[in-house]
Design a protein. Structure first.
Length: 146
């Protein structure tokens, strides 16, 4: 999935589709994964995927959302969030077929695999974490961590 990006633009990391996305995320939960070739079911009951779609890696809304997510990646990692980016509508990845975005879209998927939130514009991480913290599975995780 996403490895190091060597482009001069502030684009998302780009990587090897053949790599195991879940293993990459487990090694570094702040890594932004490439949606191409990724199977959301690999994260079921393990992580909460946040998928950021755009028609181009240079989409201003995409760049803003990625910066918002990167700025508070630690807060998201604490909540088992796997950040996934898909900026190539031409490849029609499995994630695109399943979630059917149009242009820019932020999608939060719960650990149960269900879509919990869709936003057509960049969303602040504070609001995203509030939604996550209100989920029943997250509430149980909080209780069990005490």
């Amino acid at each position: 999935m996403f490895a190091q990006d060597t482009s001069p633009t502030p684009a998302v990391q780009v990587g090897d589709v053949a790599a195991d996305a879940r293993a990459i995320w487990e090694a570094d939960p702040t890594t932004i994964l490439d949606g191409a070739g990724l199977d959301l079911d690999d994260f079921r009951w393990i992580a909460r995927p946040v998928v950021v779609f755009a028609d181009s890696p240079e989409d201003p809304a995409f760049l803003e959302q990625i910066e918002l997510l990167r700025a508070q990646a630690g807060d998201l990692a604490t909540r088992d969030v796997a950040i996934i980016a898909d900026t190539d509508p031409g490849t029609l990845s499995d994630i695109r077929r399943r979630l059917r975005p149009r242009g820019f879209q932020l999608v939060l998927i719960g650990k149960d695999g269900g879509v919990k939130l869709r936003k057509p514009f960049p969303w602040d991480v504070r609001e995203l974490t509030r939604v996550i913290d209100g989920m029943p599975i997250r509430q149980r995780e909080i209780r069990e961590s005490r």
